[in-house]
Ligand binder design. Structure first.
Ligand SMILES: Nc1ncnc2c1ncn2[C@@H]1O[C@H](COP(=O)(O)OP(=O)(O)OP(=O)(O)O)[C@@H](O)[C@H]1O
Ligand SMILES: [Mg+2]
Length: 453
């Protein structure tokens, strides 16, 4: 009943926003059972148009921006503000304050622009607005607003200073993420998923992967990209049947084979990301020898045996991790990746287990560094200053070279990603992941003996 009242307040068309109409109003959502879902909006019996959300419960949490406002905010989507690009389209940094809209907190934002020639469209945009317009949690990225003008579709998010986990973990020229940061990220991302699964009206995220985990300045993990999210099964149903969509290397084998989606598919994908954090390897890496291209295939035998866990670990950690923690995390990943759904833990179990890792202190101390004491003679001080300048110059030069190299690598990856995306999206429906199919035919997974860890 409550839903119907809310539905009638939705206006029938997409419109050009004006400042007064776009003020977010106090949320009318009191509990998650009232959450509007995509199916509610596409229900032919509903008097709603999906196009205009501004006066709905969703609009009450979000600002509606005009395209020209977003052009100003991003300096006309200038290349200097470019942050990256995925299947939806390019993302640019911008800055909003109360000159943009009275009452708006001054802050940097990330503006995602739908690529009109791309394979995603209104549906993904709308799904994102519907979910993130209603769900709020410290481990979900905050959607600040959107723009829906003619055929243009944009999304405005809180800016995440450290970009995506994918960028942080796999970038060749930056410092490696320390163990404690990896654990923090794993816990945060797990909490985000646990929140979605624990909602009264369960949400299945369906696209859990390193590029969709964004990192705040203090490495707080936030899930982004709800374009593929789905409401979980209702009543006595055990699963939702859908077209198979997602990203190769992360999607659960049973979902790929049957199209049966459950929250346990997200748990599998979480296991893949946990493995990426442990190993520093990508879920799928065509540049590796064929036996090692699928991370799960390569790692599974090592995960199973606590004595082999050190062989898994990212060499960039240089041994500086808690061995106890690594073994527990490996065992947890093994469980998450089980072919038997019943053997996978729930996301709230995962959070409990990972939180135990935070306080483990059996981390070897780093290499000993001797710091030359400062001299006190004037001449030496001057010499030291000169040396310092020289070394700063070298350091800056090195940093510049590294930045240049990173930019080049990013450009290369972006081009590859563009291709990968087009491939992935064209073949999104029931793509075949032969490696996973093979292992599914041989489901030798059992429960895990935690005593060994
Ligand atoms: N809120 C944000 N703050 C900072 N950077 C962001 C934000 N949102 C996205 N980005 C940057 O933009 C890049 C592209 O993001 P996007 O989610 O569109 O694509 P993707 O996750 O890389 O690919 P996919 O389409 O498969 O999800 C991210 O890798 C990230 O670096
Ligand atoms: Mg993404």
């Amino acid at each position: 009943m409550a839903l119907k009242v809310i539905f009638r307040t939705i206006l029938p068309s997409c419109f050009k926003a004006n400042a007064s109409a776009s003020e977010p109003k106090k949320s009318q959502v009191s509990n998650s059972s009232q959450r509007i879902s995509l199916s509610d909006l596409s229900n032919p019996g509903s008097p709603l148009s999906v196009n205009d959300l501004s006066n709905s419960v969703i609009g009450s949490n979000l600002h509606v921006f005009t395209l020209s406002e977003l052009k100003v905010i991003t300096q006309n989507f200038s290349s200097s503000n470019y942050l990256g690009e995925g299947g939806f389209g390019p993302v640019h940094k911008g800055f909003i304050d109360d000159t943009t809209r009275p009452g708006l907190e001054a802050q940097p934002v990330a503006v995602k622009l739908l690529d009109l020639d791309g394979s995603q469209g209104h549906k993904e945009w709308l799904t994102e607005v519907i979910f993130l317009g209603q769900l709020r949690h410290p481990h979900l990225v905050k959607l600040i607003g959107y723009c829906c003008e003619d055929e243009h579709r944009l999304l405005v998010y809180k800016y995440m200073a450290r970009g995506s986990l994918e960028n942080q973990l796999f970038r060749r020229y930056s410092n490696s993420l320390p163990w404690s940061t990896r654990v923090k990220i794993a816990v945060g991302a797990a909490k985000g998923l646990a929140f979605l699964h624990g909602e009264e009206k369960q949400v299945i995220y369906r696209d859990f992967k390193a590029s969709n985990i964004l990192l705040d300045s203090d490495y707080t993990a936030k899930l982004s990209d709800f374009g593929l999210a789905k409401d979980g099964p209702e009543g006595d149903k055990t699963h939702v049947t859908t077209r198979v969509m997602g990203t190769q290397g992360y999607a659960a084998p049973e979902y790929i084979m049957t199209g049966h989606l459950t929250a346990m598919s997200d748990v599998y994908s979480f296991g893949v990301v946990l493995l990426e954090l442990l190993t520093g390897r990508r879920a799928m890496d065509k540049n590796r020898p064929s036996r090692e291209q699928s991370l799960v295939e390569w790692a599974r035998p090592l995960l199973k045996d606590p004595q082999k866990v050190d062989r898994l670990m990212d060499p960039r950690l240089e041994g500086q991790y808690s061995m106890k923690g690594a073994k527990k995390a490996a065992a947890l990943a093994y469980q998450c990746l089980s072919h038997n759904l019943q053997s996978r833990p729930t996301m709230s179990n995962v959070v409990e287990i990972l939180e135990l890792l935070v306080d483990l202190t059996d981390i070897p101390v780093g290499p000993f560094v001797y710091i030359v004491p400062n001299g006190c003679e004037k001449g030496k001080r001057n010499k030291d200053k000169e040396n310092e300048k020289e070394s700063n110059k070298n350091e800056n030069g090195k940093q510049c070279k590294e930045n240049e190299a990173e930019k080049k690598e990013d450009g290369h990856r972006r081009r590859q990603k563009g291709l990968r995306h087009r491939y992935q999206l064209r073949s999104r429906a029931v793509y075949s992941d032969t490696a996973l199919y093979r292992t599914l035919k041989n489901p030798s997974q059992g429960g895990i003996n935690w005593k060994n860890y």
